[in-house]
Design a protein. Structure first.
Length: 343
């Protein structure tokens, strides 16, 4: 160690000489192997026609994810969640009215197109229906043939196809039709003051059924009509012009199909029309699409799709300008209103 300290310069030269000798040895060996390395690098590569198998499951999964991207799937919400949407990172719902942002709250954006009544916002939100879509009341969320507003009106679940309103709820009266049928009590044979009505003969002219006089007795049906003679009542009244008594006898007849009672007055024409209901059925129809129109005579049976094989059937009991009275298959009566779309 003392030698190094005393001969530091000579020691440094020795280390430098050893380094030069090592570097020269490395260069010599490298130059010697260069021809072999150059030959290997310049040689033609070995051809390989084998194609590696693609990652088929990965490609299929990527394609599926591309076609069906992940979406939020909201569950059925409670009353508080309805205003929020029930989704993470989603703000409360707002809508614009009078240029102001407003929360749905307890209000109603849309009305029932059949009744004009407002449908609460929370009803739509409670079933995860798109409240801010202006067509939401007339959409058919579950594809059961009933619009969302129909389901609201009936109190059924618009997202459950197995729970829907009764089919008759889509039936409306379109028109009350009456076919004239005029009858004239022309005369009678016998003395009403001494003879019993059962022994008398009455002359009736059905003006809309050939206009030929028919001769009938009590209990008989007028030929060519559906009217049966029930009762005869002899009456007289004072003529206002002559101040003399004149015959004003009445003959009671009954429509054997409808049970309607008609009083025929001597020498007067009475109209007892046959009645029909023109009905319009909107099941499985889109908003503002015309319904199925059909005509039903009073007291006749009919069916409603899709239950066309249903028995017993529906039956038209009565009809007037404002409504039709229907007997349902379960025997209960239900009024069918005239169709008056909301403006």
């Amino acid at each position: 160690m003392n030698w190094i300290k005393k001969n530091y310069d000579q020691f440094t030269l020795l280390l430098a000489a050893l380094g030069l000798v090592g570097s020269g040895a490395y260069l010599y060996t490298s130059v010697g192997s260069f021809p072999d390395q150059f030959a290997a690098a310049s040689a033609a590569p070995v051809k390989n026609n084998t194609i590696p198998n693609p990652n088929t499951p990965g490609i299929a999964l990527a394609r599926e994810q591309f076609q069906k991207p992940a979406q939020w799937k909201p569950r059925m919400m409670n009353k508080e969640e309805a205003l929020h949407g029930g989704l993470l990172f989603t703000s409360e719902l707002y809508y614009v009215r009078d240029r102001q942002l407003q929360k749905p709250g307890d209000g109603a954006l849309w009305k029932d197109s059949f009744t004009g009544k407002s449908i609460p916002n929370k009803w739509f939100l409670g079933f995860s229906l798109p409240l801010l879509d202006s067509t939401v009341p007339v959409q058919d969320a579950d594809g059961d043939g009933f619009l969302n507003e129909d389901e609201w009106r009936a109190g059924t679940d618009p997202t459950d196809k197995s729970k829907h309103p009764p089919y008759i709820s889509k039936l409306f009266l379109k028109e009350w039709l009456k076919q004239p049928f005029r009858l004239k009590f022309q005369a009678y044979d016998g003395n009403p003051q001494t003879d019993k009505p059962e022994s008398m003969t009455f002359q009736i002219n059905p003006l809309d059924a050939g206009a030929r006089t028919k001769f009938v007795k009590i209990g008989e049906t007028v030929e060519g009509t559906k009217f049966k003679v029930n009762k005869f009542t002899f009456k007289e009244k004072l003529n206002d012009r002559t101040q003399e008594k004149e015959d004003a006898s009445e003959l009671e007849v009954e429509n054997v199909e409808t049970g309607d009672i008609v009083s025929l007055i001597l020498n007067k024409v009475v109209d007892s029309p046959f009645q029909f209901a023109q009905l319009e059925y909107f099941w499985n129809k889109k908003y503002k699409e015309a319904g199925q129109v059909f005509v039903v005579p009073k007291l006749r049976e009919f069916v409603l799709q899709p239950n066309i094989e249903e028995k017993p059937r529906y039956k038209l009991l009565d009809v007037n300008q404002d409504k039709a009275v229907i007997q349902r298959p379960d025997g209960q009566q239900q009024e069918v209103p005239r169709f008056k779309p909301a403006l």
